[in-house]
Design a protein around this ligand. Structure first.
Ligand SMILES: *Cc1c(COP(=O)(O)O)cnc(C)c1O
Length: 349
């Protein structure tokens, strides 16, 4: 069952809404005991593995609703600007809905797996000589002027769908966590999770709200710096954004929850990326590791209150999205002659 069927009472759907779904959502909340030991104290850490959605990122939660509503409103084309995962998701849901999908991507700046997805699903992919922020500005102007629906997170249905991630976390834990850690790029997802937690509290499903702790990459940290970053730089391409569309809403989530938005360096991101894969068995893309990198950084600073507490880290996308980064981060396999003895010796027997 996808998120629209599961949480329809919380979503803007009617009997007339066609449900374009790939059974997104219901992703696992994985206990991270190695990370708990690193932090110490009486801390429980959980990883919400959103890379296990149908197109391997959380974008599917928002896209199922955005595309369903587009079809309900008789639109026969959708468009997005993308650092990769939005285009992968939009193209899959548009294929399923049998409508046109146009994506604007910054040339040479999206991960290989994401590009492959958009192409194989049959989207019209246009590589723009410019960064994500420029792509998004163009997509806004075009969708304003022509009959094509914008499915970036400026589309409110994206946020509505994505808030179901918060519902699932609360349903799994039986209450809200104390802290909710999340990477921040265009800032739609932190906005969506905060909306989800607040709605669950209003409905009496939970009694408390988490502190929202968001993390930007140091070279792409406009919210932390307090100004637009013209030329954002980071290995975490999914959060390489210099002018987030939901900037104000991310600040509201931070301030209303008593949380923070901080920075992590590329080095910290890649360390968390490797740690997740090698110590927890969880392979995510670099941007996703920003939540864990941020939690480890804050723990070192003594940020977390003492006593029993639960931290949820959202892992936004799967590691297979960006195979080049994985290969570049480790030693290449050793080549030996195909002889039994040579191999046995290499293993260390
Ligand atoms: C889109 C994306 C982000 C950033 O989410 P925002 O809603 O833009 O803040 C982070 N990680 C991954 C893998 C993404 O695809």
């Amino acid at each position: 069952m996808g998120i629209i069927k599961k949480y329809r009472e919380y979503l803007p759907v009617t009997k007339k809404t066609p449900i374009i779904s790939l059974n997104e959502g219901n992703t696992p909340l994985i206990r991270a005991e190695y990370i708990e030991k690193l932090i110490g104290g009486n801390v429980e850490v959980y990883l919400k593995h959103e890379g296990l959605n149908p197109t391997a990122s959380f974008k599917d939660r928002g896209m199922t609703l955005a595309v369903s509503k587009a079809v309900e409103n008789a639109s026969n084309a959708v468009m997005c600007a993308s650092t990769g995962n939005t285009s992968a998701s939009a193209s899959a849901y548009a294929a399923r809905a049998k409508i046109k999908c146009v994506v604007l991507i910054p040339k040479d700046a999206i991960a290989l797996g994401k590009l492959a997805q958009a192409l194989i699903h049959g989207a019209q992919v246009i590589a723009v000589k410019g960064n994500f922020d420029e792509c998004l500005n163009l997509a806004r102007v075009i969708t304003d002027k022509y009959p094509i629906t914008l499915v970036n997170s400026l589309n409110p249905h994206r946020i509505e769908g994505q808030k179901t991630g918060a519902f699932e976390i609360c349903d799994s834990l039986g209450s809200a966590p104390d802290y909710h850690a999340i990477p921040v790029g265009n800032a739609g997802n932190i906005t969506a999770y905060w909306k989800g937690y607040k709605e669950y509290k209003e409905k009496g499903k939970i009694d408390t709200l988490p502190k929202m702790i968001g993390f930007q990459a140091e070279g792409a940290s406009p919210i932390v710096k307090g100004h637009i970053v013209k030329n954002p730089k980071t290995v975490a391409t999914a959060i390489k954004i210099g002018n987030p569309a939901s900037w104000k809403k991310a600040e509201a989530a931070r301030d209303e929850s008593g949380g923070l938005i901080g920075v992590v360096t590329d080095r910290e991101i890649l360390a968390a990326y490797k740690l997740l894969a090698s110590k927890e068995g969880v392979f995510v893309e670099p941007a996703s590791a920003a939540s864990v990198a941020g939690v480890l950084k804050q723990a070192k600073k003594g940020y977390f209150k003492r006593g029993k507490l639960r931290i949820v880290c959202v892992l936004t996308g799967h590691g297979l999205k960006d195979p080049n980064r994985a290969i570049a981060s480790v030693k290449k396999p050793k080549v030996v002659v195909g002889k039994l003895q040579a191999i046995v010796r290499e293993i260390g027997f």
